[in-house]
Design a protein around this ligand. Sequence first.
Ligand code: DC
Length: 224
Amino acid sequence: MKKIIVTIDGWSSCGKSTLARQLAKSLGYVYIDSGAMYRAITLYFLRNDVDWRNTEETNQALQLITLQFQYSERSSQSEMILNDENVEYLIRDLVVAEKVSEVATVADVRSFAVAQQQQMGKGKGIVMDGRDIGTTVFPDAELKIFMTADIRTRVERRYKEMLIKNPNLSIEEVKHNLEMRDYIDSNREVSPLRMAEDAILLDNTNLSMEEQLDFALKLVAKKL
Ligand code: DC
């Protein structure tokens, strides 16, 4: 059976990982959350006081970072392992969310992550979500989806998700973080968030999870 690469890019919190995970499951493909890699690097930098504006310091630190995805029976999902430590929970914290976009602007950080992402796609049969997957990581991917949803819907979704871990969080803080990340992600110099010319737009503001999965599965079927 022919296997393809599916890329899912788009704005923060518009459901990319939900769709990517479901799609990978339906197809029997591997799902890779590229944002988790930038988040784990950010966590390492914050913990070890690494100044990511300093090239030498950043490169020295990157040499000490090993990133892996490991399947967890408990969550039935693959989780982020940073130097043998499971950091899946920690990387979702607001402290990391506040800095990750800035760290992801650093060219050396990006080439470190992108090289590993390209390696993961060697055998195809992969669904990867992020910001630059269809433009930079896999410019030749067979299927590229670009996701969007209106800002109110995205804020509400993210707020509900984050409230479980951060009960004191306000909806304004979530909105501010999302807008800030969108701005930095789409205005950075290296691989800014862009819709690839051959990507298909998916606006899921008014779609249920089943509907968006169905939409994506039909696109895959056309490619196979
Ligand atoms: O998808 P996410 O919210 O977990 O991503 C966290 C941050 O990582 C996001 O603000 C931008 C960055 N990112 C990126 O620059 N390129 C990617 N391929 C994935 C994420």
